[in-house]
Design a protein around this ligand. Structure first.
Ligand SMILES: *Cc1c(COP(=O)(O)O)cnc(C)c1O
Length: 499
């Protein structure tokens, strides 16, 4: 199987090149030239095996230039060895008559990004070995919270890699900061930047695209690569867990192989829900995909009108990982929905860059609406959903998951659709302790992060994941705070190279 660019059909590369390069030279995203199929017999067989076996089977259909042995090593390196606190890796929990929650946050950092970032370093090092030889891979990340920590944990002590993460000194939650500054590993670096997320992001982009830096790295046997969410090596592993959720429902007798389900996903960059769309296109019996947004509801408007318009207010919400106005992975969906029309996609993306807006054709909108439902909610509704689900079912959601729960409830009430629905749960509630506590009872919000963690445990009887509780006792390793003009020097220092 080969990969092409959403903006240029003349590109054809194997998956190793797509993963090693991250993005196509024309600015487009890599997509497989065909979508591999999954039969009901295969689904039946997969429902009898564990998560790692499911991952090997699904990834094997997409990454055909990797040997079975290589993929098995990648999968066990990511999901084996007790790295996930659930034996099922991504367990499905029944919430009510038709709602099931798939918990994607049992990995080392308690957010769903672990599902992809635990395996990406393994895929990336093997992909690089196939394409650029044995140069050391340098990963630079600018983070507003979850991605940086998940990338650090994923690349920690992976041979022949080094990872450097920059975060805005006042732009991440207390727990997120603590997660990063206590990071273990010999090949990791973490640095705070005086400024906001955009400053960190622009600094990383400037270093990443600087020819002089690239030359210096090359002379030292190193080269940059990217771990961001448009890398196909992050998307493919996400397809696995939707198929796994379906298999679990079959195994538990909740559905029969062939029965339809719906899937509801709290969405930011559109990566997670796009993976669900790929699962559906492979033949997984999925009726509707429900796209849930917070107050930054650019996707809700797009799926209702066909107009994507980022010229609007940006809101800082209690579900910060969904505070996004440009959903990069949407480009892949539009490519598929347009019948793989690379010229049309290039046109839309040029308009987005120039004017911040584009409108898709009637027929693309009709195709989108045949599959996707969309809804959004504000912070008050998010909190109400957390409180209501805890009271009714004793189930504690984080703020991102609660957005999806609320949007699903609205959809179910309006449509009467009782099809079993898998709701993607993207973070542990203990990662967003203050907001979750304030949803249950605002009077409980006081004191330091770990005091609130204990209050949340006492109030709910839910136990804080050891990955987070253990941070209190870990030594702080990274205290560097720099001006944004000083980021290049920080990179050279951390890599021990001289300009
Ligand atoms: C990143 C993230 C999301 C959004 O996922 P996308 O793939 O960007 O749509 C939702 N919830 C949490 C907790 C996240 O970290």
């Amino acid at each position: 199987m080969n990969y092409t660019s959403t903006r240029d059909h003349s590109v054809t590369v194997p998956s190793a090149v797509a993963i090693a390069n991250g993005i196509s030279k024309d600015g487009g995203l890599f997509v497989p030239t065909e979508i591999p199929q999954l039969t009901l017999e295969e689904i039946g067989a997969l429902s009898k095996v564990d998560y790692q076996a499911r991952a090997r089977a699904i990834l094997g259909k997409y990454l055909t230039d990797f040997t079975a042995e290589e993929l098995a090593d990648c999968v066990s390196g990511a999901y084996g060895g007790g790295k996930f606190s659930s034996e099922k890796t991504a367990p499905v929990v029944k919430l009510d008559d038709s709602a099931y929650i798939q918990e994607l946050w049992h990995g080392p950092t308690c957010a769903f990004k672990d599902m992809a970032l635990q395996i990406l370093p393994h895929l990336l090092t093997r992909a690089a070995a196939k394409t650029v030889g044995d140069k050391k891979i340098i990963i630079l990340v600018a983070t507003s919270g979850d991605t940086g920590k998940a990338a650090l944990e994923g690349f920690k002590d992976v041979p022949n890699t080094q990872i450097l993460v920059f975060y805005p000194s006042d732009g991440v939650s207390a727990m997120q900061k603590l997660q990063m500054v206590t990071q273990e590993g010999e090949n990791v670096g973490v640095c705070a930047i005086k400024g906001n997320f955009d400053d960190a992001q622009n600094g990383v982009k400037a270093i990443f695209t600087d020819a002089a830096v690239a030359k210096l790295l090359d002379e030292n046997g190193m080269q940059f690569s990217s771990a961001n969410s448009i890398n196909w090596g992050r998307l493919a592993p996400q397809i696995v867990y939707y198929i796994s959720a379906y298999c679990d429902l079959v195994a538990d007798g909740a559905i029969k192989a062939g029965d339809a389900i719906n899937i509801c996903v709290p969405t930011g960059n559109f990566g997670n829900i796009l993976a669900a769309y790929y699962a559906r296109e492979m033949g997984l019996p999925v009726k509707k995909l429900i796209c849930a947004s917070n107050a930054n509801n650019v996707l809700t408007d797009f799926l209702k009108t066909g107009v994507y318009d980022r010229n609007r207010s940006f809101y800082t919400t209690i579900s910060p990982s969904m505070d996004i106005l440009i959903s990069s992975n949407l480009e892949r969906l539009l490519y598929l929905m347009s019948g793989c029309d690379d010229e049309k996609i290039s046109g839309y993306m040029a308009q987005l860059k120039e004017t911040g807006r584009y409108q898709v054709d009637e027929d693309i909108l009709a195709k989108l609406q045949a599959v996707f439902e969309a809804g959004c909610c504000d912070d008050e509704q998010t909190k109400a959903a957390i409180s209501e689900k805890f009271k009714a079912h004793h189930y504690l959601c984080d703020t991102h998951t609660a957005v999806a729960v609320k949007v699903y409830d609205d959809y179910r009430a309006a449509s009467g659709d009782q099809t079993p629905c898998v709701i993607a749960s993207t973070a542990s509630p203990f990662k967003f302790c203050a907001s979750v506590l304030s949803a249950l009872d605002p009077a409980l919000v006081k004191g330091e992060e770990f005091e609130m963690t204990k209050v949340l445990e006492q109030t709910t009887g839910v136990v804080c994941p050891s990955q987070l509780a253990g941070l209190e006792k870990k030594p702080i390793r990274f205290t560097d705070v720099r001006d944004k003009s000083d980021m290049r020097a920080a990179v050279y220092e951390m890599l021990h190279i001289e300009a």
